[in-house]
Write a protein that binds this ligand. Structure first.
Ligand code: ADP
Ligand code: MG
Length: 868
């Protein structure tokens, strides 16, 4: 809160905010008084117990163009004319008194125009005591038995309270008693008949939950605020009838709890309702006198009656008040009868009285402004400065609104038509006031002593008195009663009155009785001594027992201490181990997590490995397939090229042979010409030469010489009766294929390489030739031919036939694309192969022995030599 440093005194730090943030709205009650005897028109109607309705009076309605106006106002409670003072007290003031007794502050004020019943409500009249006497009565009814002796509590002049020691309190009491002016004790009171009826003991009200183990004292102050000056109505000033001294005004101060107080104000300790009210009445009288003397109007002043309740816990014995200032709690209830709220113009005041009226009005205006600002701050969250200091009334009650406490207001209304307009203003202000919230007072902490101290102390005192009374005087111990009993057990004394000097009966009888008694006494002494001795020994024994027990206890304590230490050590150890185990658990957790991560990694890597292996496998098989395919292609290409080369060589050979033959022929012709010239004219005949000459070459393939001679069988070997004889040529490079079908030729000459000798003996030739087929498989070809004897005496082979044997893997074969020229399963050459074989055969046919057929066709016949 922003505060303006307005005053000259240095400001204290702002009050610390109360710990509780619970707030209650200002409790606003409305009380309507009955219409006065002279008044006719009633402008107020109580609609419900919370709502009141105002009607504009007839005259006013006429003034305002007949406009009919009704307004309703709601309050916490509305009290109609029939409401009794007691009912009002029960609702309005009782909770405040209860709070006071429970160490909480309260503020109760009456507000309204003059004559509306403010004083009636607050003070009342004989037989109709108001809120003030009733509050006092309730206070004393509640704390009556628990009041501290006078002067035990002593105001410290700073709005606080001290606890005096018993001696000082007693001295103060004696001093007071010596002053005869003050009535001595409440028991000898003479209640002023003026106000005797205002206190009604039959309505006794009591607060609940009064702490019996506290001691209480009530202090009252009574001040009047007039023209913004504060006057102490209880101040004792020596009265000077000749020159009356004008009352001195007081100033306001703030105490350490930030409560405002009237500095130097009289605080009277009162011990009963009557005494308190008597003090109030004294102030009241003084006020009236001052008003008359100073020509003031009482309705223009605010009267503030402050009831302070000091309470402090009893000491541990429950006998005296605890001598500790910090344990003293002071709460206060302010009962305020405000000045009439009407505007100045309404009273026919003049001159200085008008000025005073203005000031009074000013303080009510300030009250209004403060309430407005407070309301605005609370509702809008603003932080405007509340002008409490602008008037004494508001300044005095500042902490009720700023700090904490319960605030209640009774708005008094007079239903008469004259007051209508003022009443409207009062209603508006009252309605606004109840929108202001005040912090709820907090409960004070209680002291640490056990409860019931007072009762115990009282019970003890009662018992003491009872016993003293029983004994009929102060006698030491219980001995006399026992003595009496014992005396009664002695034999009775005989009458000891002597009849004469010669009476020798009485004395001996007395002597005898006394001796008897003596004996009894002796016996009793003996008995007593015996018992005493016995008791002594028992006690000694008990003592010994106790000592040994004590020793034992001491021993046990030592052991217990050791055990405690051990337990402590073990606890520490447990703590340590627990910490360690927690640490390990944590580590395990981390390791577990790491393992999981690694396992995950491993799984994914394995997965990757597998997929890569699969890919590799796939690629390998693909590679193998490609390899074999490439091999096939290479072989095919090779064969094709070989064939092509062969064809070209053959063609070239044929061409060359033809050229040779032509030259030969020319040579022959030349020879013939030469010879003819010698002998006779002989025509060269080519066919003749053909007769003795093997045509050099025959070919089905394109031949450069279209005139080539036709193939004609050479000299065939005559077949012997035993059938054909074969030369079985198997090159050493052949591989044994372990086939089912094997070449089996009876009577054959097996050779690795053909020689002339073998050929000369046979007429058939077969070559087992192995080669790689286009599909990558080995295929075996049996190339057959017939052996001819050449004219030159050599051997020639004419190839006639090729058989193909082929092995194949059924799986591979099925997946392979078949070619039309491929062999059948049985190895028999198929239709398409014939061309190939034919070509080969024809090529072979035209070859001369020794010509080169290709890699597998090395023919080692004799080296053919051309005839020159
Ligand atoms: P104020 O203090 O507001 O100026 P008072 O309390 O002095 O007014 O009341 C003026 C008159 O009205 C008094 O004579 C009083 O007895 C009377 N009066 C006020 N209120 C009531 C009421 N509720 N019942 C009966 N009489 C009332
Ligand atoms: Mg009054």
């Amino acid at each position: 809160m922003i505060r303006q440093a307005k005053g000259k005194t240095p400001r204290r730090p702002p009050p610390k905010k109360t710990s509780n943030n619970q707030k209650d709205p200002v409790g606003v009650y409305c009380r309507a008084r009955p219409l006065g005897a002279d008044d006719e028109e009633c402008c107020i109607e109580v609609i419900s117990n919370t709502t009141i309705q105002l009607h504009a009076p007839d005259g006013l309605k006429a003034n305002r163009n007949g406009e009919f106006k009704e307004t309703q106002y709601s309050f916490k409670k509305v009290f109609g004319i029939k409401t009794t003072q007691r009912e009002l007290f029960e609702d309005v003031a009782k909770p405040l008194v209860e709070d006071l007794i429970h160490c909480k502050n309260g503020l109760l004020f009456t507000y309204g125009v003059t004559g509306s019943g403010k004083t009636h409500t607050m003070t009342g009249s004989p037989g109709l005591g108001g809120l003030l006497p009733r509050s006092l009565d309730m206070i004393f009814n509640s704390i009556g038995p628990y009041q501290a002796k006078r002067y035990v509590f002593k105001p410290d002049d700073k709005n606080g309270m001290e606890v005096q020691n018993q001696v000082d309190a007693l001295l103060d009491r004696q001093k007071r008693d010596s002053q005869s002016t003050v009535p001595k004790t409440p028991t000898t009171r003479r209640i002023d008949p003026e106000f005797a009826d205002m206190i009604s003991p039959e309505d006794a009200c009591r607060a609940d939950g009064v702490d019996e183990d506290s001691s209480y004292s009530v202090f009252v102050s009574y001040i009047e605020i007039y023209n913004n000056y504060i006057y102490d109505l209880l101040e004792e000033t020596p009265f000077d009838p000749i020159k009356p001294k004008p009352p001195q005004s007081k100033i306001l101060r703030e105490d350490q709890n930030h409560n405002m107080y009237v500095a130097g104000c009289t605080e009277v300790e009162v011990k009963s309702t009557e005494e308190a009210f008597e003090v109030f009445w004294r102030g009241q009288k003084k006020r009236r006198i001052a008003n008359t003397q100073l020509n003031r109007e009482s309705s223009r002043s605010h009267s503030v009656f402050i009831v302070k309740l000091a309470q402090a816990p009893l000491d541990a014995d429950g006998d005296n008040v605890l001598q500790d200032k910090n344990q003293v709690n002071v709460s206060q209830l302010c009962l305020v009868d405000l000045a009439g709220s009407e505007r100045t113009s309404r009273t026919r005041a003049e001159g200085s009285r008008l000025r005073e009226a203005g000031n009074i009005n000013q303080s009510l205006m300030t009250l209004r402004t403060c309430i407005e600002v407070l309301r605005e701050n609370q509702m809008c969250g603003t932080n405007k400065m509340v002008p409490y200091r602008d008037s004494k009334v508001t300044h005095l009650f500042k902490n009720y609104f700023d700090g904490e406490g319960k605030v209640r207001m009774v708005v008094c209304v007079n239903p008469k038509a004259d007051d209508y307009e003022e009443t409207l203003l009062v209603m508006r202000f009252a309605e606004m006031t109840q929108e202001v919230e005040v912090a709820r007072p907090v409960d004070r902490p209680i002291c640490g002593f056990t409860a019931g101290r007072r009762q115990r102390n009282q019970a003890f005192k009662d018992e003491l008195t009872r016993r003293l009374e029983e004994r009929g005087g102060p006698v030491d111990g219980e001995f006399p009663t026992i003595l009496n009993q014992l005396l009664q057990s002695f034999p009775p004394l005989p009458p000891c009155e002597l009849s004469g000097p010669n009476d020798d009966v009485t004395l001996p009888r007395l002597i005898e009785a006394l001796e008897k008694r003596h004996r009894v006494r002796q016996m009793m002494i003996e008995e007593y001594n015996k018992t005493a001795n016995m008791l002594k020994s028992v006690l000694q024994e008990q003592d010994g027992n106790i000592v040994s027990k004590e020793n034992f206890i001491h021993e046990q304590r030592g052991k217990l201490g050791e055990k405690d230490k051990m337990i402590q050590n073990q606890k520490n150890e447990i703590d340590r181990l627990e910490k360690k185990s927690k640490m390990l658990e944590y580590k395990i957790d981390i390791l577990q997590k790491t393992t999981n991560i690694y396992e995950e990694d491993k799984r994914s890597l394995q997965h990757e490995l597998e997929s890569r292996e699969q890919r590799l496998q796939r690629e390998m098989s693909e590679k193998r397939r490609m390899e074999s395919r490439m091999q096939g292609i290479v072989t095919d290409a090779k064969l094709k090229w070989e064939k092509e080369c062969e064809r070209r060589v053959n063609a070239k050979q044929l061409e060359m042979q033809n050229k040779l033959w032509v030259k030969d022929e020319k040579l022959k012709q030349l020879k013939a010409i030469v010879t003819e010239g010698k002998t006779e004219n002989r025509q060269p005949q080519r066919p003749s030469r053909e007769k003795d000459k093997v045509p050099p070459k025959r070919s089905a393939s394109p031949s450069p010489a279209p005139t080539a001679p036709p193939v004609r069988p050479l000299h065939r070997r005559s077949h012997s009766a035993g059938g054909e004889r074969w030369v079985d040529h198997k090159p050493t490079s052949n591989v044994d294929l372990d086939t089912v079908l094997q070449l089996n030729l009876p009577n054959a000459i097996k050779v690795n390489a053909p020689n002339e000798k073998a050929l000369s003996k046979c007429d058939k030739y077969v070559l087992t030739h192995q080669e790689l087929a286009s599909d990558g498989e080995i295929q075996t070809k049996l190339i057959k031919g017939e052996v001819f004897r050449t004219r030159g005496g050599g051997q020639a082979v004419q190839f006639t036939d090729i058989e193909t044997l082929k092995q194949e893997n059924p799986v591979v074969a099925s997946s392979r694309k078949r070619r039309s020229s491929e062999s059948g399963q049985d190895g028999e050459p198929m239709e398409g192969d014939w061309t190939d074989v034919e070509t080969r055969c024809s090529v072979a046919l035209e070859m001369r022995a020794g010509s080169n057929l290709g890699p597998g066709y090395q023919h080692h016949g004799y080296t053919k030599r051309r005839k020159p």
